[in-house]
Design a binder for this molecule. Structure first.
Ligand code: IPM
Ligand code: MG
Length: 353
C-alpha cells in the first residue's frame, strides 16, 4: 500500500518522539512491503516563531492531502505569555477543527509489568481496559468567549447532531468490545449535559439496545477511575470532561508517556498524537518516552489505513519491550533506564522477532 503521512512534530519533545514513530513506520513499510512517505510541517510555537501563526495555511493543506497526520505536541514556556495574542495551543485546536476531527479516541491499556509505575494498588489495575471517546471539536473549547470590566465568559453549547455522531462511533466500538457504554456528563447542573443525556439515551435505546448502557456524573467518574477502573469499557463524553478525565486515567497506566490517541472525522485523514504534552523540561535530553508516539503510529495504521496486522505487530512489540524490562525514566520507578532512541531500537528489534 502507498500512504502519505504529514508529520507535525511541534514543540519540546514533540519532534523527538514523532521521529521515533516515523522510524517504526519506515521499518514496518519494509517488513510488510508498503510504500510510506513522510512530509514535515510546522505547528505550535515553532510555527509562531517562523510564521507568526500557530497553524500556517501550508500545514493545513499538507495535512488535508495526507492519509494520516502524526502530531507531536505543542506549547512551552517560551510562548506562555497570557497577554500574547497568539498561543501554540491554537495550532492544535485549529487543526482539529479544520479537519473536523470530532472523535478523540484515548485507549487506557494497562501494562501489567508497569504496575510499579502506577500510583494505584496492583489489584485495582487488574483487567483495566478503557476506551475513551472524547468529543473534540465542540463544547466550551470552541464556545463564544470574551472579557469585559473584570469579568470573563466562555460558552458551552452542543447540537444534537454533534452529540449523535460521536455517540454512534462510541456505541459501535462498545458493541465490538465488551458491550458496555458509559456516558459521562454533568446533567445535574449543565443544560448541554442534559441534551447529551437525552440524545444519547434515545440513540442507544433505538439503535444499540443490546448495549449495557449507563450514565455517570463527571465528578463521580473522577472517583470511580481510581476506585473501580476495571468496571468501564467504552466511555463517551464532552470535550472538557474528556480532557480532564483522560489525564487522570493516564495515571492508572503509570505514565502519560505510554498513551496514544486517535482523532477521527467522518472522512479524510485521522490525526494521531500522544496524550502527553511537549515536556519542555526534558526536551533535547534524549530521555523522552517514545512509546506513546510509537503507539500512535499503530493507531494510524489501524484507523486511517486499515492495516490491522501491522498495527497489532507494533503494539505487540511495545508489550515485548515493556515485558523485557526496558524503561525510560518516566516509567523506571527509580530503576535503570534507557533513552528515546534505545527504546525505539528495542521496539524495532522486537518487530523483527
Ligand atoms: C489535550 C491537551 C490539549 C487540550 C491542549 C494542549 C490544548 O490538553 O490534547 O488533551 O486541551 O485538548
Ligand atoms: Mg489534555
Amino acid at each position: 500500500m502507498q500512504a502519505r503521512f504529514a508529520v507535525l512534530g511541534g514543540d519540546g519533545i514533540g519532534p523527538e518522539v514523532t521521529a521515533q514513530g516515523v522510524r517504526v513506520l519506515n521499518h514496518v513499510a519494509g517488513q510488510f512491503d508498503h510504500d510510506f512517505s513522510f512530509d514535515d510541517a510546522l505547528i505550535g510555537g515553532v510555527a509562531i516563531d517562523t510564521d507568526g501563526t500557530a497553524l500556517p495555511r501550508a500545514t493545513v493543506d499538507l495535512a488535508r492531502a495526507a492519509d494520516a497526520v502524526l502530531l507531536g505536541a505543542v506549547g512551552g514556556p517560551k510562548w506562555d505569555d497570557p497577554t500574547a495574542g497568539v498561543r501554540p495551543e491554537q495550532g492544535l485546536l485549529g487543526i482539529r477543527k479544520e479537519l473536523e476531527l470530532f472523535a478523540n479516541l484515548r485507549p487506557i491499556t494497562v501494562f501489567p509489568a508497569l504496575a510499579d509505575a502506577s500510583p494505584l494498588r496492583p489489584e485495582r489495575l487488574a483487567g483495566v481496559d478503557i476506551l475513551f471517546y472524547r468529543e473534540l471539536t465542540g463544547g466550551i473549547y470552541f464556545g463564544d468567549s470574551g472579557r469585559s470590566d473584570g469579568a470573563a465568559y466562555q460558552v458551552m453549547s452542543y447540537t444534537t447532531a454533534e452529540v449523535e455522531r460521536i455517540v454512534r462511533l462510541a456505541a459501535a466500538a462498545a458493541r465490538a468490545r465488551l458491550g458496555k457504554l458509559t456516558l459521562v456528563d454533568k446533567a445535574n447542573v449543565l443544560e448541554p449535559s442534559r441534551l447529551w443525556r437525552q440524545v444519547t439515551t434515545d440513540l442507544v435505546t433505538a439503535e444499540y439496545p443490546d448495549l449495557d448502557f449507563d450514565v455517570v456524573l463527571v465528578d463521580a467518574m473522577a472517583m470511580y477511575l481510581l476506585s473501580r477502573p476495571s468496571d468501564f469499557d467504552v466511555v463517551v463524553t464532552a470535550n472538557l470532561f474528556g480532557d480532564i478525565l483522560t489525564d487522570e486515567a493516564s495515571m492508572i497506566v503509570g505514565s502519560m508517556g505510554m498513551l496514544p490517541s486517535a482523532s477521527l472525522g467522518s472522512s479524510g485523514p485521522g490525526l494521531f498524537e500522544p496524550v502527553h504534552g511537549s515536556a519542555p523540561d526534558i526536551a533535547g535530553t534524549g530521555l523522552a518516552n517514545p512509546l506513546a508516539a510509537i503507539l500512535c503510529a499503530a493507531l494510524a495504521l489501524r484507523h486511517s489505513l486499515g492495516l490491522e496486522a501491522e498495527a497489532a505487530a507494533i503494539e505487540a512489540a511495545v508489550h515485548t519491550v515493556i515485558d523485557d524490562g526496558l524503561r525510560t525514566p518516566d516509567i523506571a520507578a527509580g530503576g535503570a533506564s534507557v533513552g528515546t532512541v534505545e527504546m525505539t531500537d528495542a521496539v524495532i528489534a522486537a518487530l523483527n522477532g
